[in-house]
Design a protein around this ligand. Structure first.
Ligand code: PMP
Length: 405
């Protein structure tokens, strides 16, 4: 059970006033707010324990290294990876996908090869593959979705061939909310010996993820959508694959020995962690995981589903409002348009009432093009949102609708 009153007390920013109104923050899919324990972790580290990791023999360096490696262990357990060596810290989902596209691509992709992605990908899971294809002369194939926002996985057999080198697909869409049947996709891909990268940016905050049960080859997500500081992210990769891939970047910490003639690399995971990483915030990501575990991902998921059902019902009751994304399995977000009102007008008027929603192309232009749109409004929920906040959203949308009549 979510004790909403106490939960809200854990997130100080929720007390902010916007133009004299209490903040109603419904942009959690873009970035989530931070609980006190995460804020305190960062604050305390800079006050009491700040030294570069994996380098010094001095007390504080060893303390920071230990805390950083503890965070890695927390992540390992959180997604049920087999080994700590398979957990690589990155700057975010984008950083993780670029790492795989570049490094896996360098090792395994050649001219005329093919990469399969889906029509509902965030730009982060499109552009890195396009860059790779430009470098290698490879090409991208697309799994389409239907008008309800459900992926046409039935077409996978037709899309896969002997030139397919990897499938990169989102676990949950940041626009449609659709939770894709990735276990099924992975099983099919593996029949053809094709590895699968799963973009978990929108799934990890809402659903229990077990990378061993999924059997995915890569799973990536961002810390900042998971109540942790910005500039943190995770790349999970199967050890066997990561071992075969060259380093993404060169620098300190990722080497075993360096001479001008030849450099050898550090073992996993450090081979993929060149330079000084954002170690303070990674430690705070560990604190965010503790907070989620304490609250219970199952409790979070149940409460968010109630919010989603309530919001969907109330929004659909507004005349002229159309929701994009009608899959049965969704994460807690709703993208919509109201009559012919421009998404920016809707967003700006809501903002004046203190209601923060996302507007625009939502970093998924090809997805929006499917519906012939260039922008939408998105309300995305976290477990600190309330039913009253959804009422306020809907009341204001009714008013906006009248304003433009
Ligand atoms: N993939 C999806 C599905 C996302 O929603 C996002 C963030 N909106 C990203 C990738 C990119 O995440 P980041 O900007 O944190 O790297």
């Amino acid at each position: 059970m979510i004790d909403i009153k106490n939960i809200r007390k854990d997130f100080p920013v929720l007390n902010t006033a916007v133009y004299g109104n209490p903040l109603i923050y419904l942009d959690n899919a873009a970035t989530a707010q931070k609980p006190e324990c995460v804020i305190q972790t960062v604050d305390e580290l800079y006050r009491t324990c700040n030294a570069n990791i994996h380098r010094g023999v001095h007390f504080m360096s060893e303390q920071c290294t230990e805390k950083y490696e503890q965070a890695r262990e927390k992540i390992r357990q959180f997604i049920n990876a087999e080994k700590k060596a398979e957990i690589i810290f990155t700057s975010g989902t984008t950083g993780a996908i670029n790492t795989v596209a570049t490094s896996f691509g360098e090792r395994f992709v050649s001219s005329e090869d093919e990469i399969i992605i889906s029509e509902m990908e965030h730009h982060s899971n499109i552009v890195p593959w396009q860059l790779l294809c430009e470098r290698k002369g490879a090409k991208i194939k697309i799994i389409p979705f239907d008008d309800k926002g459900i992926l046409r996985t039935d077409l996978l057999d037709e899309l896969i061939n002997e030139r397919t080198k990897i499938i990169a697909v989102t676990h949950a869409s940041n626009v449609l909310g659709t939770i894709n049947p990735i276990k099924q996709i992975i099983a099919k891909a593996h029949k053809y010996n094709i590895p699968v990268l799963v973009d978990g940016a929108q799934a990890v905050p809402h659903e229990n993820v077990d990378v061993r049960d999924l059997d995915c080859d890569f799973y990536v997500f961002s810390g900042h959508k998971l109540y942790a500081p910005t500039g943190t992210g995770v790349l999970y990769g199967k050890e066997k694959l990561l071992e075969q891939m060259p380093p993404y970047q060169g620098g300190g910490d990722m080497i075993a020995t360096v001479t001008f003639e030849k450099t050898t690399y550090a073992p996993l995971p450090l081979k993929f962690e060149a330079g000084t990483l954002n170690f303070t915030d990674v430690i705070a990501l560990g604190a965010a995981i503790d907070y989620i575990n304490k609250t219970g991902l199952q409790n979070i998921a149940e409460y968010e589903h109630q919010l989603l059902d309530y919001a969907t019902r109330k929004l659909l009751a507004i005349e002229g409002l159309k929701i994009y994304g009608e899959a049965a399995e969704k994460v807690a977000l709703v993208s919509f348009l109201l009559n012919n009102i421009h998404h920016l007008d809707t967003g700006m008027i809501l903002d004046k009432k203190g209601i923060a929603v996302r507007t625009g192309a939502l970093c998924a232009e090809p997805l929006l093009a499917h519906f012939g749109k260039t922008g939408m409004v998105r309300a995305s929920f976290a477990f600190y949102n309330t039913f009253d906040e959804i009422d306020a959203l809907c009341e204001n949308l009714e008013k906006i609708s009248l304003m433009f009549k």
